[in-house]
Design a protein around this ligand. Structure first.
Ligand SMILES: Nc1ncnc2c1ncn2[C@@H]1O[C@H](COP(=O)(O)OP(=O)(O)OP(=O)(O)O)[C@@H](O)[C@H]1O
Ligand SMILES: [Mg+2]
Length: 377
């Protein structure tokens, strides 16, 4: 969708802002440009829609060299939320959001409806805010209007430069969540600039980490945390990589699908046999529709057992596929168990997550840290 090939930028005063960057962003991905202030994030982004001319290299949009595309067309077709918010002060919120739709020839009422819809999406009451001027809004509200405006004409590509930078941490967190939900539906191809590692990990499909104009590492957030390429990445990512990994990774990333189970209506002897065969002293019990019903332990089957249902441990923790591993660990510690079922809708069994699975994830980040567990020792 977007491809940067050996892209460099030298400003007229000789500043080398971007140095031979190669980057490929696939359709529907959210690529975060991350790095310290002055590393060239904004410059890189602005070369995509030609707000800044390229010094060397090529940028392709959907396979076409962006130098061959009409400049105005390019800016209309790529949504753009800029770092300094950049609302037109003499226009109302509604007029600001409708700028590009109007340029694209939408009718007045279509544009107004779109503005209404987008403001609602950004968590602002349209009836209260649509007719206000930017000076009548708080900084955070202005920024949200800026994001709404960039979504205006429903462009397939969006460039967002620190879109939530001016917003307080709590509202920011909510907006990030909201935006991720929206993105799941609209599947835009997004280039998203931030200098906040936590925001990058949360938002990114991929993270491009820049250091004074050079691309240092381009990988998924999990990969960046687990396998930082060098000391700069390690320093930038921070010392709590393990915790960040665990907050980032979901139960579905570490669980084992299709665990060994027994049916609720099984004979005790059958269950005991299955435990022996599998060399375990516990099994998950499900019903005929593969719904989780509880755990059965070998010790519960000793002596005179009437039915499996009577001796089942039912009141145990569970997680869903989307539960963060850090939360899954909390459940294990609270319930004092080393295994938890991963359940879907109607308690359908989807997998099992064990403490060993978590240790493996932690181990992977630890080995990289030097002081932690070493492979093979
Ligand atoms: N118009 C310009 N003329 C000369 N140098 C510039 C110009 N714009 C930016 N620079 C320089 O280019 C480098 C990259 O700037 P850029 O704005 O791309 O950084 P950034 O990563 O977006 O930083 P920030 O996080 O502070 O927004 C910096 O050293 C900056 O001073
Ligand atoms: Mg910038």
């Amino acid at each position: 969708m977007i491809k940067l090939e050996n892209v460099s930028k030298v400003y007229p005063d000789g500043t080398e802002a971007v140095n031979s960057v190669n980057l490929e962003i696939k359709e529907g991905e959210l690529c975060v440009l991350l790095g310290p202030s002055g590393c060239g994030k904004t410059t890189t982004m602005k070369m995509i829609n030609r707000l800044i001319p390229i010094t060397e290299g090529k940028i392709y949009i959907d396979g076409t060299d962006n130098q061959e595309l009409d400049e105005n067309e390019l800016r209309r077709d790529i949504g753009y939320a800029i770092q300094e918010i950049g609302l037109f002060p003499h226009m109302t919120v509604a007029e600001n959001i409708a700028t590009v739709p109007k340029l694209k020839g939408w009718s007045k009422s279509e544009a107004r409806n779109r503005a209404d819809e987008l403001l609602e999406l950004m968590g602002m009451d349209p009836s209260e805010h649509l007719d206000k001027y930017p000076v009548e809004l708080s900084g955070g509200q202005r920024q949200r209007v800026g994001v709404a405006r960039s979504l205006g004409a429903n462009p397939p590509i969006m460039l967002m430069d620190e879109p939530f930078g001016a917003i307080d941490p709590i509202t920011r967190d909510n907006l990030q969540d909201e935006f991720l939900k929206i993105q799941e539906e609209i599947q835009k191809t997004i280039v998203f600039v931030t200098h906040d590692i936590n925001e990058a990990i949360k938002m990114g499909t991929k993270i491009a980490l820049l250091k004074v104009g050079e691309l240092v590492q381009y990988s998924s957030p999990a990969e960046l945390l687990a396998r930082p390429k060098n000391q700069f990445v390690r320093d930038f990512v921070g010392t709590d990589r393990t915790l960040k990994s665990m907050r980032l990774m979901r139960a579905k990333d570490a669980m084992k699908p299709s665990p060994k189970t027994v049916r609720l209506d099984s004979e005790v002897s059958v269950i005991q046999k299955k435990m022996k065969e599998n060399e375990v002293d516990y099994l998950i019990v499900t019903d005929g529709s593969n719904r989780f019903r509880g755990w059965i332990r070998a010790q519960d089957l000793e002596g005179d057992v009437g039915s499996v249902d009577e001796v089942l441990s039912k009141d145990v923790g569970s997680v869903s596929r989307e539960t963060a591993l850090s939360d899954a660990l909390s459940v294990m510690l609270e319930e004092d168990v080393a295994n938890i079922p991963v359940l879907g809708k109607d308690n359908k069994l989807e997998g099992i997550l064990t403490f060993n699975d978590l240790q493996e994830v932690i181990g992977e980040t630890y080995t990289e840290e030097g002081g932690g567990r070493q492979v093979g020792s």
